[in-house]
Design a protein around this ligand. Structure first.
Ligand code: TTP
Ligand code: MG
Length: 346
């Protein structure tokens, strides 16, 4: 059984505004929707009491909450704070799947500490370093972890254990199920299905007939089955360096010097990231802006600067140079799945 954590910051844009302007704490802050035609991005929990919500047109938000404090969207700032928060997630584990600016899954199955200890650590660190609160859900799959983080927002922490199913899910409205949107909900409501308890009574074949593959997933999800893994953002696919000369050149020795320097820098980064590569690419741009790239893929994985340089230099030797060069670049790609440590161990 896996341990999956779902984290979601509370009223994110509005909380950042309240943190940056402490006089706004405890007040109904509404971000976006300043103009009547614009829509609300989000609002503080104080404003939610009046019925204001995300994606609501500004004029409606003003009607519902006339004393609301409407603020412009400061995306750059929210991204900055998001980075600070994600840094904390990555300190806990590499197995982070970002879902949006303020939301992520973490797979903490292989960590030594208990998921609740990890969750509390994340909450404390996020508060200490950014002054924000977040809600955390813990369970053995993605669907239930996300459901749990929504359980007692804001500043919530909820664990859903296997033995709590199906009772804990039964009273929930069907819209709580990932995969059931407005349209499907309406269809189901029409045949008298409103809660998960109702939904549990529908046979698999029925859900599949009316909702296809999605129907099958829904059938499984409400029974606690969800095999989707946490998928960390893909790692970089290539590492490269390039430079544009002040003056165009045809001097091969000079070009070789650059390749040597690039090989060192690239090899250093490969060492840090513990990756090996087997494709080397040299790129050149001529004085009349033509691009030439030439790659070589070898049989073994390499990472030392000498090996990279030797291949790059061979590639350069094969290039006929009848024009001056204004840019040279070197890239390695085609990384091995295995890390260097494992290879040397073998
Ligand atoms: P959410 O996590 O959906 O909302 P939230 O963090 O504001 O509130 P909650 O406590 O319920 O999690 O979205 C994160 C941010 O994304 C939100 O602060 C603003 C932005 N956003 C929009 O700009 N438009 C939208 O329609 C939604 C839903 C969010
Ligand atoms: Mg949020």
């Amino acid at each position: 059984m896996r341990n999956i954590i779902h984290v979601d910051l509370d009223a994110f844009f509005a909380s950042v505004e309240q943190r940056d302007h402490p006089e706004l704490k405890g007040k109904p802050v509404i971000v976006g929707g300043q103009s009547n035609r614009g829509v609300v991005c989000t609002c503080s929990y104080e404003a939610r009491k009046y019925g204001v919500s995300s994606a609501m047109p500004g004029f409606m938000a003003k009607k519902k909450c006339p004393h609301g404090i409407f603020l412009p969207v400061r995306m750059k700032r929210y991204k900055e704070v998001s980075r600070e928060v994600f840094t904390i997630f990555y300190e806990v584990t590499d197995r982070v799947e970002p879902l949006s600016i303020d939301e992520a899954y973490l797979d903490v199955t292989d960590l030594d500490k208990k998921p609740t200890i990890i969750a509390n650590y994340i909450k404390e660190e996020v508060m200490k370093r950014t002054g924000l609160t977040l809600s955390i859900g813990i369970s053995y799959n993605k669907f239930l972890a996300k459901l749990a983080s929504d359980w007692n927002k804001p500043d919530g922490l909820k664990v859903i254990k296997k033995e709590m199913l199906p009772d804990i899910l039964k009273p929930l409205p069907i819209r709580a199920v990932y995969g059931i949107g407005k349209k499907s909900a309406k269809k189901l409501n029409n045949i008298g299905i409103f809660t998960i308890e109702d939904l549990l009574k529908l046979p698999k074949a029925y859900l599949m007939d009316y909702h296809g593959k999605q129907g099958l997933e829904i059938y499984d999800r409400i029974r606690g089955i969800d095999y989707r893994g946490v998928e960390p953002r893909r790692e970089r696919k290539s590492i490269g360096r390039e430079t544009t000369f002040k003056e165009d050149t045809q001097d091969r020795d000079c070009l070789r010097e650059y390749l040597k320097q690039f090989s060192k820098e690239i090899s250093n980064i490969m060492g840090m990231k513990k990756v090996l590569a087997k494709t080397i690419t040299v790129k050149m741009k001529t004085s009349d802006f033509e691009n030439h790239t030439k790659s070589r893929t070898i049989h073994e994985y390499i990472y030392s600067s000498e090996e990279i340089y030797n291949i790059a230099s061979d590639i350069l030797d094969e290039v006929k140079m009848n024009k001056a060069i204004r840019l040279i670049g070197l890239t390695v790609s085609n990384f091995s799945d295995q890390k260097t440590e494992q290879l040397s161990f073998l």
